[in-house]
Design a protein around this ligand. Structure first.
Ligand code: AMP
Length: 402
């Protein structure tokens, strides 16, 4: 029997999963990946082979009450039907917030669940969805080892000063500090930098995770020293629908003058801002690129996105005391050559020179000359969760026996 583990990434109406073989000491090996969408309504299940070829698909009608619990039950039974010589040994979860106490992945037990529930106020729009499948598995498959892997943990190497807000001291004691997110993505990029050269692995590198969520992380010798996201996943760069950094005074204006409730203000900042809010068209970079030549608002949204990335890179270069490399990753970073070109052209002062042809072909190296180098490196957050889950549990075969 080959032990397998499932990696889960749960959202409000979606459940992404990947299934990994975890033989002995080798790197976890992806077997299948898939997604449930439209949970709570007309749900859709699709699963593909690791190489991308379609394997199976199913649709439910909206009257069937198909939510996260039903999706997990369906996934477990789908796995049993298809596993052939494999057996489920553990489940690894993406959990957005590990707070101050979790500086690495952790085996879930009663006290961990309690501690993670206490962090819901720090990430109210993400943490509850991440915790739901953990609770469902504890109920439905008691004894199944589960590991929580955190987006915040990678940033625990940052200095006290880098994580401090200039607020009264008692607020820090309440957990109001910069945490940083996208840590699973930065962990993956940090782990592969050695494949792109020792200067990157040992040097001062800025990673631009540019997807629907977007942030930058400054790495020194592979460890996080600063990042653009702070207390919540709202801070830093403009994103698909999130505002990025805004003056806190704007929020008082929304509450007092515009008379929005805290929930309405939160919804504006998380769901109606960023590329969507500025363009008034879409949060999807592909759509904005297709309209940018003719639509002034699409162009402004992209220009603001690029401007903020370039400015924040300047700030992180200062935090690092120089720059050896810049890495682009995630949906926009990996696929949108125009965004990469516009950012690099704004960084000539830092010694970066764009290699147009390489950028067009997505690199991996997209810079010329002997100065800092620029790269395109696809991220793999799920593999990090698989690695961390295996790392916490040790010998996966022994989990089959128990
Ligand atoms: P992610 O959250 O990492 O899946 O990234 C989603 C973002 O990547 C969306 O804004 C997409 O428009 C963008 N994206 C994906 N593929 C492309 C592409 N080929 N060109 C430009 N943007 C893309």
């Amino acid at each position: 029997m080959i032990p397998v583990l499932i990696v889960l990434n749960a959202g409000s109406s979606s459940l992404k999963f990947q299934v990994y073989d975890t033989p002995d000491s080798a790197e976890p090996r992806l077997v299948w990946k898939g997604l449930y969408e439209g949970l709570g309504g007309a749900a859709h299940f699709v699963v593909r082979h690791a190489g991308g070829a379609d394997l199976d698909e199913r649709l439910w009608t909206s009257g069937e009450e198909f939510g996260h619990e039903e999706a997990l039950i369906h996934l477990i039974s789908w796995l049993r039907e298809h596993q052939e010589g494999r057996k489920l040994a553990a489940i690894g979860h993406r959990v957005v917030h590990g707070g101050q106490s979790f500086s690495g992945p952790v085996l879930v037990d009663d006290s961990v669940v309690q501690a993670l529930e206490a962090l819901v106020p720090l990430a109210p729009l993400h943490q509850p969805h991440n915790l739901e499948p953990i609770r469902i598995v504890r109920r439905r498959l008691p004894g199944m080892p589960q590991v929580a892997c955190f987006d915040t943990a990678f940033h625990q190497t940052q200095s006290d000063i880098a994580t401090l807000f200039a607020l009264p001291r008692e607020m820090r004691d309440r957990g109001v500090r910069r945490y940083g997110f996208h840590g699973l993505s930065y962990d993956y990029i940090s782990s592969v930098l050695k494949d792109y050269g020792p200067r990157l692995a040992k040097g001062r590198v800025i990673v631009a995770h540019l997807g629907n969520g977007a942030s930058l992380c400054a790495l020194n010798n592979g460890a996080s020293v600063a990042t653009t996201m702070g207390f919540s996943a709202l801070d830093g760069l403009p994103m698909g629908t999130r505002c990025g950094a805004v003056d806190a005074g704007v929020i008082f204006f929304m509450l007092r003058e515009m008379r929005l409730s805290p929930e309405e203000a939160e919804s504006v900042l998380y769901k109606k801002s960023g590329l969507l809010g500025v363009s008034g068209i879409s949060n999807d970079m592909r759509v904005l690129r297709s309209k940018a030549a003719t639509d002034v608002n699409a162009r402004r949204a992209i220009d603001l996105f690029v401007y903020r990335i370039t400015r924040e890179i300047g700030s992180l270069v200062a935090a690092l005391g120089g720059l050896d490399g810049l890495v682009f990753t995630a949906g926009i970073g990996e696929n949108d050559a125009a965004t990469r070109a516009e950012v690099i052209k704004g960084l000539g002062w830092a010694g970066l020179t764009l290699d147009e042809a390489a950028n067009h072909n997505a690199g991996p190296r997209i810079s010329l000359g002997s100065g800092p180098t620029a790269w395109v490196i696809p991220t793999n957050e799920e593999l990090v969760i698989a690695r961390q889950t295996r790392g916490v549990l040790g010998d996966m075969r022994s989990k089959l026996a128990s």
